[in-house]
Ligand binder design. Structure first.
Ligand SMILES: [Zn+2]
Length: 299
């Protein structure tokens, strides 16, 4: 019989977040430690503090590629590449240990106790520096490549970090918007943002100027939103979801960026499928990955 709690871990580039999560997907206790220094020692020590005989197992959410047992490539935490972390933790705590990609884990988390709790099928997108996501289909997390940020939205378009051209991430991510803003400032385009050039150009300050009516800042968010909408239309036509759940820093720009995406998706997707797909924000935010990882021990 399964035990009532699990340990969920979010292995991030700056912090390791470890939490005790209930079977219902509520975080009941948490510890955050720095991921600089000896990651394995820090992680083991944090789990040690939370471990008890009520723990069903340990789930790890990894920002990178994993085959479910090993981290194949974690660009933000290279020290863990090819290390048998699952084996190490299983040996140390004598409990089942599972691992999944952080965006997929976030989708799973939303299905347990977040915005996807009552939904059969949804696509979750994380909109940040890059774009990732996961798909829950008929209440099951799909075990697919799921590189949702790398669908092509502009054939032959901008070069993406993945080596492809015209990917969604190259147009609608925070990194993409920041690059467009910096290029425009370099070309001396008229914008209030240039006066801020002493500071850093971030999506938050591009949005700030967009709200003040700066045409360039508005154009940047609307263009990014347009491409996001093309991506969303494709996911809607493929999966026929009950919802598209959006998460990540960029959803703070909902009124311009997401609104444009919704309008574009409405005009591009199958009408019937668009009508049944709500486009909604995540309710768990940064905790979704930990909750999803903990859920792996019950899957
Ligand atoms: Zn790409």
């Amino acid at each position: 019989m399964s035990k009532p709690f699990s340990i969920g871990v979010d292995l991030g580039g700056t912090n390791l977040r470890v939490a005790v999560v209930s079977r219902e997907g509520e975080i009941v206790k948490r510890i955050t430690v720095s991921s600089t220094g000896n990651v394995i020692d820090s992680l083991t020590a944090a789990i040690e503090r939370l471990f008890s005989d009520k723990i069903n197992g340990i789930g790890l959410a990894v920002a990178g590629l994993t085959d479910g047992t090993k981290i194949l490539s974690a660009p933000n935490l290279p020290i863990l590449n090819e290390i048998d972390l699952v084996g190490i933790l299983q040996g140390r705590f004598n409990t089942p240990v599972y691992m999944g990609n952080d965006a997929s884990m976030a989708a799973l988390g939303e299905s347990v106790s977040g915005a996807g709790k009552d939904l059969n099928t949804f696509v979750m997108l994380t909109l940040g520096t890059g774009i990732g996501g996961g798909v829950v289909y008929n209440r099951k997390l799909l075990n697919i490549a799921g590189e949702l940020g790398h669908v092509i939205v502009e054939p032959g378009g901008k070069l993406c970090g993945c080596g492809g051209k015209g990917c969604l991430e190259a147009y609608a991510s925070a990194r993409a918007m920041t690059m467009v803003a910096m290029e425009a400032i370099e070309l001396k385009r008229e914008t209030m943002m240039a006066k801020d050039s002493g500071g850093e150009i971030t999506p938050a300050n591009i949005y700030k100027y967009a709200l003040q009516g700066d045409p360039l800042a508005i154009e940047i968010f609307k263009t990014a939103g347009f491409y996001l909408g093309i991506g969303i239309a494709n996911y809607i036509n493929i999966f026929g979801p009950d919802a598209i759940i959006l998460m990540g820093g960029l959803i703070g720009a909902w009124d311009i960026y997401v609104r444009k995406a919704i309008k574009t998706a409405a005009a591009s997707a199958f009408k019937y499928l668009f009508a049944k797909a709500e486009i909604i924000p995540s309710t768990l935010g940064g905790d979704a990955g930990i909750i999803g990882a903990a859920e792996l021990t019950y899957c």
